[in-house]
Write a protein that binds this ligand. Structure first.
Ligand SMILES: N[C@@H](CCC(=O)N[C@@H](CS)C(=O)NCC(=O)O)C(=O)O
Length: 230
């Protein structure tokens, strides 16, 4: 049997996504924790972008959390995490794309921005994204349900890590989930019961410490540099 290894960092929200997929599907896997502040040369040589998560399945390697998650979904069919119907799968992918291109970008941009005008721009942008997500979720699911309805999906596992890290934005930038986002709040409460969340979750203090350098303009990793550039 081909073994599964995931190169991960406990602070990394992207790696948390993929670890949650592995846990939810009941796949046996080994976690290799990478110190992102001091990445070993052997890791840089196997990770094309120098980032976690990186999945090793036998001889094959797959990177980019959204791609890893879809790969796991296709190869390990137990506990499906994508809808059966093609149109619903397309909707799921639109939400996943929204997370990757808009929501998480605004989250990091707000945290990395040093000048108060820029912070205000990103604060507004993030508020708009939350409003879009709240509205979309109301349309797609009943109150108290998962993002796409009755079943847990890759969409839930894609967004969850940033909600767990919202206390970071509150601490450094005074940003809170808007009061109007009641469906998202209920969704977040429901997510607390998901076994993969329970097994991977970290407290607010841990995350606040981890993101200190991002907030204070001292981050030197690949991800922060890319986010600062574009
Ligand atoms: N788009 C990537 C992002 C992964 C990413 O940015 N990972 C960060 C840690 S959270 C990383 O490994 N950064 C390396 C660095 O900053 O040097 C994904 O979805 O997997």
């Amino acid at each position: 049997m081909n073994t599964i290894k995931i190169y991960s960092a406990s602070a990394c929200p992207y790696a948390q996504r993929s670890r949650m997929v592995l846990i939810t599907k009941g796949i046996e896997f080994e976690v290799v924790e990478i110190d992102l502040k001091n990445k070993p040369d052997w890791f840089t040589s196997i990770s094309p972008y120098g980032k976690v998560p990186l999945l090793q399945h036998g001889e094959a390697t797959v990177w980019e959390s959204a791609v890893i998650n879809e790969y796991l979904e296709e190869v390990f069919t137990q506990q499906p995490l994508m809808p059966q119907n093609a149109l619903n799968r397309a909707k799921a992918r639109i939400w996943i794309d929204f997370a990757n291109t808009k929501f998480t970008t605004a989250f990091y941009k707000l945290l990395l921005a040093q000048d108060s005008e820029k912070q205000e721009e990103w604060r507004q942008e993030l508020n708009q994204h939350f409003a879009t997500m709240e509205k979309g979720m109301q349309n797609l699911s009943e109150m108290g349900n998962y993002w796409l309805g009755q079943a847990l999906s890759l969409v839930d596992l894609t967004y969850y890590p940033w909600f767990e890290r919202l206390p970071v934005l509150e601490h450094y930038r005074g940003f809170k989930l808007p009061e109007s986002c009641q469906t998202l709040r209920q969704w977040y409460d429901l997510m607390q019961e998901v076994p993969a969340v329970k097994q991977t979750q970290q407290g607010a203090d841990y995350h606040i410490k981890q993101y200190e350098k991002y907030a204070n303009n001292q981050a030197s990793g690949v991800t922060a540099k890319e986010m600062q550039k574009y």
